[in-house]
Design a protein around this ligand. Structure first.
Ligand SMILES: Cc1ncc(COP(=O)(O)O)c(C=O)c1O
Length: 390
């Protein structure tokens, strides 16, 4: 397949047939951002300037959230957001944050950085997002927050979780790292719940280099977050809650803004690639897919499948080896799941078994996705997955 031969990869063995990196950033054309970069250089304002304000305003319009605070990464947004929440609650007995174990370690990492304890619960076997029933069972008087996740771009059950959060009087936060381009009820997610935190790192649909966006319905939370990303400085060189340098530089904000403007294009491209993957893989015995929740639209931040070895004939890791030999990069995301990581397992010593999480962790496989994955590339990769059995 000549279309893929010229895709450079730093990791592909020299002699292999294809060179398909796992991801390639979906960037605007340089000519489109050059004038803005020149403007930033000419102004000499490299941080806390007009580009930051422009990005925050665009993200507010996109998400419909009351406010959006841009920060240096999604991880920093989650950590500072949870620290702000802890301060606002002011109740040391509320020390637990409920979240899925089948997620990226930045989630529980932020929970512990903010001084909370992670409480890991199960995900739904079909959607791979946090199960509201398991959240309900885990809520106690010690619960400070629910931290759901739009895993791989698939919107979590926002309606169910919002209801649950209201009934339990517990704020709903969402790790929305994968969710620029994810829709609920036809509109970009972000306005629901207490706060949702997006990532603009290079693997995402809109890229700032590094960057995060905290969308929130709470004005006091947004105000505190703006202090926390500024060391905790209250503006008069006083400090009630210590923070960090969590600022997003102007050049990143400018790139992020240009990238947000072409989000619909990135969504269309990933949708076309996902459809091509599905065309080839749907119907193959032993391959499963993430079910997109009714009323939801995934960003396809990742295209992930599950492998059932007895039915498919080989296991996930054999497929990964087969692809790697052909220069096709893949990921076994969330393997191990967070509750089995040395840094977090002590929080789960008395936790429930998480069979769906363990099973997804052992069987799921994420295939290349991003600016370089045209429908032709996706079909070729999918056929190589099927060829593993030969
Ligand atoms: C689910 C999830 N949460 C959080 C993050 C952290 O995002 P960032 O790299 O912007 O800190 C990631 C990173 O990809 C992620 O996948």
């Amino acid at each position: 397949m000549t279309a893929t031969r010229d895709i450079p990869s730093g990791t592909a063995p020299a002699a292999c047939r294809y060179k398909v990196p796992f991801v390639r950033p979906d960037l605007p054309a340089f000519d489109d951002v050059e004038p803005v970069f020149r403007r930033v250089f000419a102004s000499g304002i490299l941080t806390k300037g007009p580009e930051l304000a422009r990005l925050e305003a665009a993200a507010r319009r996109l998400t419909g959230a009351d406010d959006v605070v841009a920060v240096s990464s999604c991880t920093v947004g989650l950590a500072l957001g949870l620290a702000a929440l802890r301060h606002m609650q002011g109740d040391p007995s509320r020390r637990e944050v409920i979240l899925p174990s089948f997620t990226f370690l930045a989630g529980p990492g932020a929970v512990t950085w903010a001084g909370f304890e992670p409480v890991f619960v199960e995900v739904d076997a079909a959607t791979w997002t946090i199960s509201p029933a398991d959240v309900a069972a885990a809520i106690t008087p010690h619960t400070a927050a629910i931290l759901a996740c739009h895993t791989f771009g698939n919107p979590c059950d926002l309606a169910g979780l919002t209801r649950l959060a209201a009934e339990a009087d517990v704020p709903l936060m969402v790790d929305a790292a994968h969710a620029l381009g994810s829709l609920a009820g036809g509109r970009q997610v972000g306005g629901e719940g207490f706060a949702q935190v997006f990532s603009m790192s290079p693997t995402k649909l809109a890229v700032a280099g590094e960057g995060g966006l905290v969308a929130t319905s709470s004005a006091s939370f947004a105000a505190l977050l703006r202090e926390l990303r500024e060391y905790g400085n209250d503006g008069a060189y006083g400090c009630t809650l210590p923070g960090l340098n969590g600022r997003l530089p102007e050049l990143s904000a400018a790139l992020g803004h240009a990238s947000l403007e072409r989000l619909p294009e990135a969504c269309r491209r990933r949708q076309a690639a996902a459809e091509a993957y599905l065309d080839v893989l749907r119907g193959a015995s032993g391959i499963g897919f993430q079910t997109i929740a009714p009323g939801g639209t995934t960003s396809w931040k990742d295209f992930s499948i599950t492998i059932d070895p007895p039915l498919f004939g080989v296991d996930r890791d054999a497929i990964r080896r087969h692809l790697a030999l052909r220069g096709i990069d893949s990921r076994a995301y969330y393997s191990p799941p967070c509750h089995r990581m040395a840094g977090f397992e002590r929080y789960h010593l008395h936790g429930p078994t998480l069979p769906v999480t363990d099973s997804l962790s052992a069987r799921s496989l994420s295939l290349p996705m991003g600016a370089h994955v045209t429908p032709d590339v996706a079909r070729m990769v999918a056929n190589e997955v099927l060829d593993t059995r030969r």
